[in-house]
Design a protein around this ligand. Sequence first.
Ligand SMILES: [Zn+2]
Length: 320
Amino acid sequence: MHTDLVAALDIGGTKIAGALVDGDGGILVRAQRATPAREDGDTVMAAVDQVLGELTAAPLWGGVAALGIGSAGPVDASAGTVSPVNVPGWRGYPLVERARDAVGGLPVELIGDGVAITAAEHWQGAARGHDNALCMVVSTGVGGGLVLDGRLHPGPTGNAGHIGHISVDLDGDPCPCGSRGCVERIASGPNIARRALADGWRPGPDGETSAAAVAAAARAGDPVAVASFERAAQALAAGVAATATLVEIDIAVIGGGVGKAGDVLFTPLRRALERYATLSFVRRLTVVPARMGTDAGLVGAAAAALAGHADRTGTATAGV
Ligand SMILES: [Zn+2]
């Protein structure tokens, strides 16, 4: 039985969520603010402080051992700074130091949001029981993280497993990251919709042009919509196969809005993996949908805080 209690923050471009989380992943107290993403850095930090203020005011706060933060990236865990693409006021922002001040000097663990989702899926979700896993979020962007040898592998700066910016198309379209033909440039929700529209797909009477609308059209048999998902599935499969070949993962978990498309995505993805993951040691690789819901970022940040706490105190934590 685990009685450890930690605080968790999930910082994204639209909201800042906070929670107190117990050693079994149960969420006991919640707080949330909208992210003032277009404001200056101190204004964004003030919203974080409000969330932390609600948590520190909770009667349970006295038992909190550490704070885990999962943030939109890029993050630099070694420097304790964040530079989220969607929060321009934060560039090299010293989030760890500021957050530590706000929580009375408790230890703070910072990881990227893709790594946080991975920690959550490994602890409580679809990658539970797998010692070598890749977990991905496919939505507005494509992120991810790795579990290797049974442990979360955030890498020195907290960004390892960022599969969205592996290039899978050597002469492909320029990506905002500066490279070309990245997985994200082909498989993210907006890029699935963009490709479908460019190839002649037209939305229904509601005018919705999201990837979810393209998925609905694909399910109804629209060949252009089907082709756009097949192209995304190919890009994802190439990235997953490359990862499996490099580090011998045996499961890839796919979440995010695009991950909810179901068979429209997973059927062509499994078919494409048959073509790209060909060596004997990656043939058993499976691809499954994520199981964690909207709390994945919080649960993953809590997992990182618990793991850091266990490392400091020499105690073991289950599955983290
Ligand atoms: Zn890129």
